[in-house]
Ligand binder design. Structure first.
Ligand code: FAD
Length: 393
């Protein structure tokens, strides 16, 4: 069988590209190792930047999101048992959308497969890529039901299979992988409990960072800084809630609303950037090209930015022979990628400096925080970066 484009991975990046291609009647095949049920439930991100939502809307992919997402207009830093609220909507007129990633993935799969008639295979095994440096690449995979091996001919492969996918393993020698290790772990938690604040809360505490992020009226994401490689089993229900209450405490707020923990895993916090993002006929998009720890809630937004550029570039080339979008793809993505990397590094120091055990880092962290609340220019610069800049895609 032959498809102009094979997309490896059905996350936000791969499914958005598939939808853009199908809207232009370009045939493509999405290959995904997990089942549809699994990807529609996998809890992860939830914060979308305004330009990303506009980009989805322009491509007919934001109907449910716009009906159901919550708007977030502020964030709050807590330290020294006090609260410091930063109302970025007031400063900029812009806001975030909160829409859980599984809902977005569910919308994108439905639109791609059930409405736009896109081809997709779930549960595939042993995906292999061949001939990427030729103009006739192929992709092979094993069908889970029959055990049969299939070979698909194509013009382009979109590598959207996340940081642990197969496309990472086939990068040529010239690929440069830049890596930054934050030297900390985060215990990522989902609690069956309503949010305890109307906004994202960052707890800066000598015992370590803690974060509170609303996901829905019933479920809240929390993070607790922990040693890298820590075992989630070291974190009992009681220990988790005691640490969250302590690190997110504020004198004028009641304790957090507690609930059953439905996800508990340790993330080793590191970022990676692959440069360039194109190797012959393989175009990387999303986490496959740049893994971004959830420090500043940027990963899903970057995945969508890549997807818009790659989807539009492939459509221009395959329908009009216009190669400009594909030629400029890597450089156009990497500008935003590095901008977000830098912001994540800055914000990580704010989160983790106070608990580093280093009095110098603790002192400069507090200076950064004070500046945010004493200097309107510093607050406006923070708001612009936190919202993802003023430029829309
Ligand atoms: P993915 O969503 O990882 O999709 C890749 C797909 O490829 C998966 O479905 C996978 O099953 C499939 N796959 C893997 N290997 C293969 C293979 N060999 N063949 C075929 N398919 C394969 N980002 C934000 O913007 N905001 C947040 O608040 C935020 N919070 C996060 C919290 C957590 C706990 C985590 C883990 C991540 C968070 N992120 C956040 C990051 C965000 O989830 C990712 O950046 C986003 O999912 C990237 O989308 P993607 O399509 O590139 O990759």
């Amino acid at each position: 069988r032959r498809f102009p484009v094979v997309i490896v991975g059905a996350g936000p990046a791969g499914l958005t590209i598939g939808n853009i291609l199908r809207a232009a009647s370009v045939d493509c095949l999405v290959l995904e190792t997990e089942t549809r049920e699994f990807i529609e439930r996998r809890p992860r991100a939830g914060v979308l930047e305004e330009w990303a939502v506009r980009g989805l809307e322009q491509r007919g992919l934001a109907e449910s999101l716009l009906e159901r997402a919550q708007l977030h207009t502020a964030c709050e830093f807590r330290f020294g048992n006090e609260r410091y609220r930063l109302d970025y909507h007031e400063l900029t007129g812009h806001h975030h959308y909160v829409y859980p990633q599984p809902l977005l993935v569910t919308d994108l799969v439905r639109e791609y497969a059930d409405v736009r008639g896109g081809a997709i295979r779930f549960g595939v095994r042993d995906v292999q890529l061949h001939g990427l440096d030729s103009d006739r690449p192929t992709v092979s995979y094993t069908d889970p039901a029959t055990g049969e091996r299939h070979l698909v001919h194509c013009d382009f492969v979109a590598g959207c299979d996340g940081a642990r996918g197969v496309t990472r393993t086939v990068l040529p020698q010239g690929a440069r992988i830049a890596r930054h290790d934050y030297g900390v772990g985060w215990l990522a938690l989902l609690a069956e409990a309503p949010p305890s604040s109307d906004c994202v809360v960052f707890g800066i505490h000598p015992r370590g960072f803690a974060g509170h992020m609303a996901r829905s009226p019933e479920v809240t994401r929390y993070y607790l800084q922990c040693p890298p490689g820590d075992d989630p089993e070291n974190w009992s229900h009681d220990r988790v809630w005691a640490e969250l209450q302590e690190r997110l405490g504020a004198a004028d707020r009641p304790p957090l609303t507690e609930g059953r923990l439905i996800e508990k895993r340790v993330l080793d916090m590191h970022n990676q950037v692959v440069e360039p993002m194109v190797f012959g006929r393989l175009f990387l998009a999303g986490d496959a090209a740049h893994l971004t720890a959830p420090i500043a809630a940027k990963g899903m937004n970057l995945a969508l930015h890549d997807a818009f550029l790659l989807g539009d570039g492939l459509v221009a080339y395959l329908t009009k022979g216009d190669a400009a979008g594909l030629d400029g793809y890597s450089a156009a993505c990497l500008g935003r990628v590095w901008d977000y990397q830098e912001f994540s590094q800055w914000l990580s120091e704010v989160y983790h400096g106070a608990s580093s055990g280093d009095a110098y880092r603790a002192g400069t962290t507090l200076a950064r925080l004070r500046r945010l609340f004493e200097s309107p220019a510093a607050a406006a610069a923070f708001a612009e970066q936190y919202l993802g800049g003023s430029s829309a895609s």
